[in-house]
Design a protein around this ligand. Structure first.
Ligand SMILES: *Cc1c(COP(=O)(O)O)cnc(C)c1O
Length: 394
């Protein structure tokens, strides 16, 4: 099996699992209780919180643990909308956000908020001047992702934050894909709210955090107990928090060498694909991009068929087409960068990390060359195209 879908989720590292284990049985105590064993767990959670806060240049009382990236995104946007609705009801986001952001914005639109969806250029980058022009008197929040989950493009976060602050607008960024892969400093980058998730960086599923800058008023999304300083109720998930801290510790420790290693794998894969497969394009900027992400579109290919054939060969990857999730619409991200439907449908996202090897890259390209050739040989459109092109050997 070759796993090339690390943008979807990652394997929990052995050390992360070991760090979590004691908190299920030996140290199962509710950190909110007052007896000694509970206080010990609280102490360890505080250390984890402090470490995580430092990893983005924040302080520990600016970190709120959530059930993951989706909750953090929902909370950031709904929480600010609720707390600032008397100041204004206009929100700005981009067309390429994760569904956790886009669907939240849609829900707010149905509740009377107005949302501007910024365009991106063919590279997948938003325009800073379009952003500035979109800010109005009643704009309360801008939410633009740090790195995109489909095409890996890294947005100019620091500059976006600068513009927001110039106009007294709060800035939220979904950093689920970038956290642990690029350096993030919330103060230097003018970030007011930031979402992360542990399972994209070898941590457990079901834990993330929302950073909320000190002084920013946000309404709770989950009401109840007094956990997370009264802002996010629910019994503190000790094991997952400890696991998250261990995962980001390892991720940051090895970030530089892992990124170099992963980039080398990706470059090899890209070079071979571009040389050995005709009628292929790369989606998204190559300069501003996460090292582990590559996204191809193959003409005359239907993404679902390609993924099934890759799966049969033991390769796990993902398509830009949303067919697999029961919808026939191609990816909103690929449409936003200007791809026509039929080309967006033939897309393949490969997300590599440091657990992959050069041998896996070579085997993947070998299989891909075969799969694309097979699928195209069954395509009447491709047959017509080749006839017109007068080409015989593709
Ligand atoms: C995975 C992902 C999310 C959702 O995170 P979960 O922890 O799975 O809820 C949000 N945004 C981006 C960019 C993601 O890649």
């Amino acid at each position: 099996m070759i796993y090339l879908d690390n943008a979807a989720t990652t394997r929990v590292k052995e050390e992360v699992l070991e760090a979590m284990k004691p908190y299920f049985c030996d140290k199962f105590y509710n950190p909110s209780s007052i007896y000694g064993p509970s206080r010990d767990v609280t102490k360890e959670i505080n250390n984890a919180r402090k470490f995580i806060a430092q990893s983005i240049g924040a302080s520990e009382n600016e970190i709120y643990f959530t059930s993951g990236g989706s909750e953090a995104d929902n909370w950031a946007i709904k929480g600010i909308a609720l707390s600032r609705k008397d100041k204004g009801r206009h929100i700005i986001t981009s067309k390429i956000e994760h569904h956790a952001v886009l669907e939240t914005c849609k829900q707010l639109e149905s509740l009377g908020f107005e949302v501007t969806y910024l365009n991106v250029n063919s590279e997948g980058l938003i325009s800073l001047s379009e952003l500035e022009d979109s800010i109005r008197e009643d704009t309360i929040l801008v939410s633009v992702m740090s790195a995109n989950n489909e095409i890996g493009v890294i947005e100019p976060i620091k500059e976006i934050g600068e513009i927001c602050h110039k106009h007294n607008v709060l800035f939220h960024t979904d950093a689920v894909q970038s956290y642990g892969n690029i350096n993030i400093d919330v103060n230097d980058m003018n970030i007011d709210l930031l979402s992360t998730s542990a399972h994209k960086l070898h941590g457990p599923k079901g834990i993330g955090f929302l950073y909320v800058k000190r002084g920013v008023m946000i309404s709770p999304l989950i009401s109840g107990g007094n956990q997370e300083r009264g802002k996010r109720a629910g019994t503190t998930n000790s094991a997952l928090i400890i696991g998250f801290a261990k995962a980001i510790e390892l991720k940051l420790r090895d970030m530089k060498s892992n990124n170099e290693y992963v980039l080398n794998l990706r470059n090899h894969l890209v070079t071979r694909v571009m040389k050995e497969i005709p009628y292929v394009r790369i989606n998204g900027s190559m300069e501003n991009r996460l090292p582990g992400n590559i996204n191809f579109s193959f003409r005359f290919i239907e993404g679902e068929g390609m993924l099934l054939k890759l799966d049969m060969a033991g390769i796990c990857a993902s398509s830009g087409s949303a067919c697999t999730s029961g919808s026939l619409d191609p990816s909103h991200v690929l449409l936003a960068i200007g791809l026509p439907h039929e080309i967006a449908h033939g897309s393949l996202r490969i997300s590599i990390n440091e657990e992959n090897t050069m041998e896996e890259m070579d085997e993947t390209v070998d299989v891909l060359v075969k799969v694309i050739r097979e699928l195209r040989s069954m395509s009447p459109l491709y047959e017509d195209f080749v006839k017109k092109e007068g080409s015989v050997n593709v």
